[in-house]
Write a protein that binds this ligand. Structure first.
Ligand SMILES: Cc1cc2nc3c(=O)[nH]c(=O)nc-3n(C[C@H](O)[C@H](O)[C@H](O)COP(=O)(O)OP(=O)(O)OC[C@H]3O[C@@H](n4cnc5c(N)ncnc54)[C@H](O)[C@@H]3O)c2cc1C
Length: 247
């Protein structure tokens, strides 16, 4: 983990309330792995807490992050222009465990989709066959469809039926039996919880979110599960069953 001033290479809107930001790093990108995140200080010094954002793509010495406007901090981030420097620490967290030569089911929900892009690229490089379910509220919120299509078989679901299967990812999976060796997911907590229940006993790696302050395991502000795991350092990726099922 390092602390660096990252230069904004671009910051552009890619979907409804959703932005993609490319950040030039000195060393940070060289330590990055799929599923890790960076903790960004806002330019507004009155907002003390850093904002955790997942690494969506690793591109040489650049990191690409994708974020959705959720509150004051992310609204501010959307205004940062090319050439702005942002202080950040990272890469943080454990990242996904990567399997080889298997059939992987990748399930992303909403703004949980971005970290699954770098993951899917690495899984493909490792000889895995990918079935990718991307779940969004509506067509306007869809991101990275073409990128995922180049990596495996993709199914899109939208809550309002404006694109693909009408319903959420769990409804799709309940209606369509998919055989797989390893499950990967990131998305809203309710999605992760239902996946843990549905696929109890299967091999899987799920990336959880929690409101966090320090990001390095000191404040214990982001604990989850009966064993009080810190999402920032024990996670954000947990083996299927660790947070909602039997360990
Ligand atoms: C490991 C991890 C990875 C994440 N990756 C992404 C990503 O790739 N893209 C994306 O859009 N969002 C991601 N989030 C959520 C993102 O951190 C929050 O949306 C963001 O911090 C909200 O800040 P805000 O100032 O806009 O909202 P406000 O609600 O105004 O924030 C107030 C405070 O709450 C904290 N906070 C609010 N929501 C969350 C949340 N869901 N998780 C953690 N802290 C929160 C903020 O850090 C801030 O300190 C991630 C969260 C975690 C924990």
């Amino acid at each position: 983990m390092v602390k660096e001033n990252l230069k904004v290479v671009y910051n552009k809107k890619i979907a409804l309330d959703t932005f993609e930001m490319k950040l030039e790093t000195i060393d940070m990108a060289s330590f990055a792995k799929p599923g890790m995140f960076i903790n960004i200080s806002l330019k507004d010094a009155s907002k003390l807490l850093k904002r955790p954002i997942s690494i969506c793509q690793i591109d040489g010495n650049n990191l690409i992050i994708t974020y959705k406007i959720n509150g004051e901090g992310t609204k501010q981030m959307a205004t940062y222009e090319c050439g702005t420097y942002l202080e950040a620490i990272g890469p943080l967290g454990n990242g996904f465990t990567l399997v080889q030569n298997k059939k992987a089911l990748v399930v992303g929900g909403g703004i949980g989709v971005p970290p699954l892009l770098e993951l899917s690229r690495k899984l493909k490089e490792l000889g895995n066959e990918l079935i990718i379910i991307l779940a969004f509220r509506n067509k306007e919120s869809m991101i990275y469809l073409e990128e995922f299509k180049s990596l495996g078989q993709v199914v899109v679901t939208t809550d309002d039926g404006s694109y693909g299967f009408m319903g959420n990812a769990i409804e799709y999976l309940n209606n369509n039996e998919i055989k797989f060796d390893t499950l990967y997911s990131c998305g809203p907590e309710i999605l992760l919880k239902k996946l843990e229940e549905k696929y109890a006993g299967c091999e899987g790696y799920l990336s959880y979110e929690a409101r966090m302050a320090c990001g390095v395991g000191l404040c214990h502000g982001c604990v989850k599960g009966e064993k009080h795991y810190c999402v920032c350092t024990d996670g954000p990726v947990f083996k299927l069953g660790v947070i909602y099922g039997e360990c």
